[in-house]
Write a protein that binds this ligand. Structure first.
Ligand code: PAF
Length: 276
């Protein structure tokens, strides 16, 4: 197991890396979900595998968990070493935002104001701006994002297409604990009792997946203890309006204790009804 090289600036990246780079952007606090992203990135080529670790202040609103967001750099390095990461790019805020808040940012468009964006109106502007910056800094051929943050993945794809950013975006399936809870860096905020309550999210989605009926998910959530649902939303696979048949995506967000959790699943709505 070789320890990855740790660099902190674009100049160092350019001095150390050939082309064909593969990027997995993260905010650290790495877990097995990130490990799966790293493996998927590696499957896309032999170029240098870069994991970025940067807790992006711009995607947190005042009062959100920027200060308490878990920072576990030594453990992150160990996971990166285990997964064969060549370079951990861990810039400081000044490297990413020289001179403070950027004057030019990425507008996430209408989808950025829906679902997560309805509760977190500045979130996706912050996400897309930092992703655009990371793509500009690392200049990868392929960048990998998790389906767990499905709206983020969808918006990143749209940004890359709309702004012709010339990188391939790969989505990696959500990794779950054996009882179904989607892995998330924020799961460590949950008390044992809240973790048990949080299982309602994956159980609800699974009920809908098995039956093809959103009502099955609604029932699980309505019966759940300690789960304040923000939204349960059926959409098309690209997060357009809900289809009446065929592939769809069901997304859920809820607060358990003080922790906001999100999850989603692919649904097949079948052939739909033929109407009267
Ligand atoms: O998914 C995340 O960890 C972050 O939103 C990302 C993509 C690294 C941007 O800060």
């Amino acid at each position: 197991m070789t320890a990855p090289l740790v660099v902190g600036s674009r100049a160092e990246l350019d001095a150390t890396l050939p082309g064909g780079r593969l990027l997995v952007p993260t905010m650290g606090a790495l877990h097995e979900g990130h490990a799966s992203l790293l493996r998927l990135a590696r499957a896309h080529g032999d170029g240098p595998l870069v994991a970025s670790v940067f807790v992006n202040p711009m995607q947190f609103a005042p009062g959100e968990d920027l200060e308490r967001y878990p920072r576990t750099f030594e453990a992150d390095l160990a996971l990166c070493a285990r997964e064969g990461v060549d370079v951990v790019f861990a810039p400081d805020v000044e490297e990413v935002y020289p001179g403070g808040d950027p004057q030019v940012t990425v507008d996430p468009g209408p989808l950025g104001a829906e679902l997560e964006g309805a509760s977190r109106p500045t979130h996706f502007r912050g996400v897309l701006t930092v992703v655009a910056k990371l793509l500009g800094l690392v200049r990868p051929e392929v960048a990998v994002f998790g389906e767990k943050d499905y709206q983020q993945l969808t918006l990143v794809r749209r940004m890359v297409d709309d702004l012709c950013l010339g990188v391939r975006v790969a989505g990696a399936p959500t990794v779950r604990d054996p009882d179904g809870l989607a892995l998330s860096s924020r799961n460590r905020y949950l008390s044992p009792r809240e973790r048990e309550q949080a299982l309602a999210l994956s159980r609800a989605l699974d009920a809908a997946r098995r039956t093809g009926a959103v009502e099955a998910a609604e029932k699980v959530l309505a019966d759940a203890d300690g789960v304040a649902v923000d939204y349960l939303a059926l959409r098309g696979p690209d997060l357009g309006p809900a289809p009446v048949a065929g592939p769809a995506r069901l997304l859920v967000a809820a607060r358990v204790g003080t922790t906001r959790l999100i999850d989603n699943v692919a649904l097949d709505l079948g052939a739909g009804s033929e109407g009267p």
